[in-house]
Ligand binder design. Structure first.
Ligand SMILES: [Zn+2]
Length: 373
């Protein structure tokens, strides 16, 4: 969810809006302008109704943003960096960089969001109750915002990991059992169950003629279910890599090429005969950079003859690299975070091997296949 439009920064956190957000913003405004306000206040002019619907919708998404900011500020208080908050079709999401290290922190980070939604709901509820009768428009807006924020708070407290309620649940089990893996497994299973209930509930509503609500609830259920399943999958992968280092998995038969070799020679004498996709570029035993198949593909075929390897390689200072003793899990994070397919394994300036995504996936499926973990 990194690819949103940046709209500003709050507390050092970049706020982004994903394109899908405009769909939900439009839908909420439309539902307010054509349904809620005309039914409750039929006397309003069309212009007034649309204007108030837009303001209400904006205030709602501001509430969602405050919900995410609350998570983020608590995370930051405990030293967990938060890079960005993105608003998208299903609400908001804060990019919290790492998993909390203790149950107390996880509990506080998770509960902060729903709590802020409930507090916002109570504030609007109090406004609704205390405003004088004449302030009709403000009363109408306050009532809707009170409801929606209370619902948002309660909905997020449902125990579906990785939703807030699921995290609260996990932190409590973690606190009781002192076993993060087991708590994640339990919370993920409950999350998948909650997602399934939503899907079934949605299908039920569709049969009862509430098509739009039914479809919407099923989509949310599917989202909860797949998020829970994938966090379980991540856990399995993490567990399988635990205690292993890069040197166990990297490929050793690393080919070296010289920087002044032509790309044509690289293709004909090295890539084609070996089927390898990645070569270390070395000069007198020292690693200078890395050249991969994708670098070659960027070139026109006619340019192969006249281009040297060092012109297309990624130089050492721009390379993400790991050491042979590095934890496998850390290397995996580096691969996924930078969205790259291989990491050179370097020690004392020498290329020791290459850790490719394929190596890792093979290793994981082999361990899984043998029933080891
Ligand atoms: Zn939340």
């Amino acid at each position: 969810m990194e690819n949103g439009i940046p709209v500003g920064r709050i507390f050092g956190i970049s706020i982004r809006i994903h394109l899908s957000w405009f769909i939900i913003f439009g839908l909420v405004t439309w539902a307010l302008a054509y349904n809620y306000f005309p039914l409750t206040y039929p006397g309003w002019s069309t212009g007034l109704t649309i204007g108030i619907s837009l303001v209400t919708s904006l205030l709602f998404f501001l509430s969602v943003l405050i919900h995410e900011i609350s998570h983020s500020l608590v995370a930051k208080k405990y030293g967990i960096p938060v890079s960005s908050i993105t608003l998208f079709i299903l609400g908001g999401i804060a990019e919290i960089a790492e998993e909390p290290k203790e149950p107390k922190v996880e509990f506080l980070v998770a509960i902060a969001g729903p709590l802020s939604s409930i507090i916002i709901g109570i504030i609007f509820g109090a406004l609704w109750l205390t405003l004088p009768i004449g302030a009709e428009a403000v009363i109408a807006v306050s009532f809707w915002l009170a409801w929606i924020n209370l619902m948002l708070g309660v909905f997020n407290l449902l125990p579906g990991f990785p939703m807030d309620g699921g995290r609260v649940l996990r932190s409590l089990i973690w606190w009781k059992t002192d076993d993060l893996d087991r708590s994640t497994r339990i919370a993920s299973n409950i999350g998948q169950g909650v997602g399934m209930l939503f899907i079934l509930g949605g299908i039920f509503l569709i049969f009862y003629g509430l098509l739009l609500n039914g479809v919407w609830i099923s989509i949310i259920g599917w989202f909860i279910r797949s998020a829970a399943a994938s966090s379980y999958r991540q856990l399995t992968v993490r567990q399988l890599m635990k205690g292993h280092t890069v040197k166990e998995v990297m490929s050793l038969d690393c080919s070296m090429v010289e920087p002044d070799m032509s790309v044509k020679k690289l293709v004909n004498d090295h890539i084609l005969p070996s089927g390898k996709r990645c070569f270390g570029v070395t000069l007198e035993g020292q690693i200078k950079g890395l050249v991969v198949l994708a670098d070659v593909k960027k070139l026109e075929r006619s340019e192969w003859e006249g281009t040297r390897v060092e012109q297309i390689m990624t130089p050492l200072d721009q390379l993400k690299a790991v050491g042979p003793e590095e934890e496998l899990g850390e290397a995996f994070k580096l691969l996924t975070k930078n969205n790259i397919n291989q990491l050179p394994v370097i020690m004392d300036g020498r290329l020791e091997g290459i850790l490719a995504r394929d190596n890792l996936l093979n290793f994981i499926s082999l361990k899984e296949g043998l029933g080891l973990n």
